[in-house]
Design a protein around this ligand. Structure first.
Ligand code: KIV
Length: 280
């Protein structure tokens, strides 16, 4: 890890030998420290991100699209996400693992939210949960927090509400920015330890960040949030048509295409396997 990443007490790469906790995350806000979060859905990928010092991993309901191939996050179920969450927990030793509560698994009542969160914590070992929405889910957040479940909020473009929004569009422009600010403050008041701001104007996200004492985690929310999150398949270049807010750090699709074609060519030509990859 580079020295820039190993500064004493830094959240990114800083807590050797134990899991990052929500207390570490709160302390990072006090130090005005920025930190990265990525999604993860399997043990091997989680291990790579964990060893790179990523302090928080989200088993997002984006798994619906990037793992299960659906065209929205709506169809994925608790039973679909629990094995992925368990794999990410097993593959990591340092990151705080946040499980996304899927559509329909918490909106019904605070009791339903608690039952779902308990499954993610008991069956998968999740350390926290995330749910979407502001004022309408405050009773759920309060109940979870009272039961000792760390809760991450999610405001702005909340993909589980795509049908209500009429598509994936920027949220919080104009007057709805005041509503988003009020929702963010209400989530903080209800006990959330962090809040994701997705696809909101950068200026609004910076204002919300300054107004809250809990960290904001931006995705398409500009540079003014405390943390940034990306879906790993987006940042690694596996996604065919990524959103405007995605920066592609690697051409994984291209690298995989080249590798699998080389394998196929060597199989068909007889160049693989050689003695090196055979048993005597
Ligand atoms: O499901 C997900 O991956 C998310 C992130 C994009 C924040 O909610």
């Amino acid at each position: 890890m580079s020295s820039a990443h190993s500064a004493a007490h830094a959240l990114y790469g800083g807590t050797a030998g134990r899991r990052v906790t929500v207390r570490d995350i709160a302390a990072a806000k006090g130090r005005h420290e920025r930190w990265p979060m990525v999604t993860a859905y399997d043990a091997m990928t989680a291990k790579v991100f964990d060893e790179a010092g990523i302090p928080v991993m989200l088993v997002g309901d984006s798994a619906a699209m990037v793992v299960y191939g659906y065209d929205s996050t709506l169809p994925v179920t608790v039973d679909d996400l629990i094995p992925l969450t368990a794999a990410v927990v097993r593959g990591s030793s340092r990151a705080l693992v946040v499980a996304d509560l899927p559509f329909g698994s918490y909106q019904g009542s605070p009791q339903q939210a608690l039952e779902t969160a308990a499954r993610f914590m008991k069956e998968a070992g999740a350390h926290a949960v995330k749910l979407e929405g502001g004022s309408r889910v405050l009773p759920q957040v309060e109940t979870l927090v009272a039961a000792g479940v760390p809760v991450m909020g999610h405001l702005g473009l909340t993909p589980q509400s795509v049908n209500a929004f009429g598509g994936y569009r920027v949220q919080g422009r104009g007057q709805s920015g005041d509503e988003l600010m009020a929702d963010a403050k209400a989530l903080e008041h209800a006990g959330a330890f962090a809040v994701v701001l997705e696809c909101v104007p950068a200026e609004l996200a910076a204002r919300v960040t300054a107004a809250l004492s809990i960290p904001t985690i931006g995705i398409g929310a500009g540079p003014g949030t405390d943390a940034q999150v990306l879906v790993w398949q987006d940042l690694m270049g596996l996604t065919e048509r990524p959103a405007k807010f995605v920066k592609k750090y690697f051409d994984l699709a291209g690298a995989m295409d080249r590798a699998v074609r080389e394998f196929a060519d060597e199989v068909t030509s007889g160049a693989f396997p050689t003695a090196e990859h055979s048993y005597s």
